[in-house]
Ligand binder design. Structure first.
Ligand code: RTP
Ligand code: MG
Length: 136
């Protein structure tokens, strides 16, 4: 069954110039792009997006980082899109992400791990509404 996932190429990914590489991997996997936009997040949107982490010690740094420069937000669609992209991204900590994954290939630090991908159908629905309400 087809589903949608919210993907971010975070500010470090834009700065490193790997937006095209990430989009190419999404497309090569067979997922279809249904929305894509470069934008700089406000603190309010960043806090809403990462609300589940609001009590964590790294929350302030996370929000500061994700609002520090433009990111690319996109929605991809296809069978098992959520799990498929989490597989392409690799483990949260880039030093544990295997070679061939986005984080494994392009990052070293957990706080700057290039991409975000929704982790469940519920998260995807919530996050897509935050970034692309018009897709509702
Ligand atoms: P994301 O939400 O960005 O796709 O990453 P994820 O699901 O793999 O990881 P999650 O647990 O949701 O964490 C969200 C982001 O917070 C940063 N983080 N920093 N300093 C730390 O210990 C720490 N732990 C997590 C990471 O940038 C992670 O992507
Ligand atoms: Mg997450």
């Amino acid at each position: 069954m087809s589903e949608r996932t919210l993907i971010l190429v975070k500010p470090d990914g834009v700065r490193k110039g790997v937006v095209g590489e990430v989009v190419a991997r999404i497309e090569r996997k067979g997922l279809k792009l249904v929305a894509l936009e470069l934008r700089t997040l406000t603190t309010a949107v960043a806090e809403e997006h990462y609300a589940e982490h609001s009590a964590r010690p790294f929350f302030g740094e996370l929000v500061e980082f994700i609002t520090s420069a433009p990111l690319v937000a996109l929605v991809a669609e296809g069978p098992h899109a959520i799990k498929a992209f989490r597989g392409l991204a690799g483990a949260t900590n880039p030093v544990e992400a295997g070679p061939g994954t986005i984080r494994g290939d392009f990052a070293l630090e957990i706080g700057e791990n290039i991409v975000h991908g929704s982790d469940s159908p519920e998260s995807a629905a919530r996050e897509i509404k935050i970034f692309f309400p018009e897709l509702g």
